[in-house]
Write a protein that binds this ligand. Structure first.
Ligand code: CTP
Ligand code: MG
Length: 255
């Protein structure tokens, strides 16, 4: 393991309920090609080789996902894998896992278990940019849709449609950001301390860590993400993820 890898900790947030997926299980526990979503996510982290330690935030009281982590820990003694109870918001789960990682890591990657098929190269790009001196790094992809802002229709218009177009956003400047997002550990810890005591509704508005860095005036660098790093949110996304995995293993389709 290189010196750079020796100081990288990876947080995997897997404590969400998966309401929009509607599977009746916490999302990270939902099966995808015969394994849990969390197992796929952990494989990407471990195969990337960037992590000296991993802390996974799981739903409070969970045992099934802790078992998945224990299985990975047994197979990969070179990586220190631990679990913590997550919180009521994603931000609270990140904060809990930050505490769980402990003091040793000088750089931290924060990854959504829901982005289960993120290729190892994306972790490496983020870790490499941190090693090169960036304090905050986010993988991003160009936006292919034409994006418009909407405003509520008023008066007689409201009988035709509830909303109308306010403006068209210049797509050339837009980026859809993904995880893992990488940070200088001290900067991330400081940003999270500023969140302590935030009302749950406000914490829900913190959908990524880069936002906290932007607020602190820290430059957030963008590296190429991947279409395969889609966030599994709905049943459609789960079907796409199944198809992506089938395409990665063409031989098993023939036999
Ligand atoms: N997450 C978490 N703790 C929470 C909420 C979310 O660790 N209290 C994690 C999820 O497990 C997921 C990532 O944050 O890996 C992104 O969240 P999202 O895709 O919204 O997942 P869920 O919150 O589980 O889904 P939903 O919003 O549909 O309930
Ligand atoms: Mg959610």
């Amino acid at each position: 393991m290189s010196t750079a890898q020796a100081s990288v900790g990876v947080i995997v947030v897997a404590a969400g309920s998966g309401t929009r997926l509607g599977y009746g299980l916490p999302k990270a526990q939902v099966p995808l090609a015969g394994e849990t979503i969390l197992a796929h996510a952990l494989r990407g982290v471990v195969e990337s080789g960037v992590a000296a330690r991993i802390c996974v935030a799981v739903p409070a009281g969970d045992t099934a996902l802790r078992q998945v982590c224990a299985g990975f820990a047994a197979q990969h003694p070179e990586v220190d894998i631990s679990t913590v109870d997550g919180g009521a918001s994603r931000a609270a789960s990140v904060a809990a896992a930050l505490r769980g990682l402990g003091e040793g890591a000088t750089r931290v990657l924060v990854h959504d278990a829901a982005r289960a098929l993120t290729p190892p190269e994306v972790f490496q790009r983020v870790a490499d940019a941190l090693a090169a001196g960036a304090r905050a790094v986010v993988p991003a992809v160009a936006v292919v849709d034409t994006i418009k802002t909407a405003t509520p229709s008023t008066g007689a218009e409201a009988d035709i449609a509830p909303e109308k177009v306010a403006a068209t956003v210049d797509r050339v400047q837009l980026r859809a950001v993904q995880t893992p997002q990488g940070f200088d550990a001290a900067a991330l810890a400081q940003a999270h301390q500023s969140l302590a005591g935030l009302a749950p509704a406000e914490a829900d508005g913190i959908t990524d860590e880069a936002l906290l860095m932007e607020r602190s005036g820290i430059d957030v660098m963008l590296v190429p993400g991947s279409a395969q790093a889609l966030k599994i949110t709905t049943q459609l996304d789960l079907a796409v993820a199944e198809a992506l995995l089938a395409a990665r293993q063409p031989n098993t389709m023939e036999g």
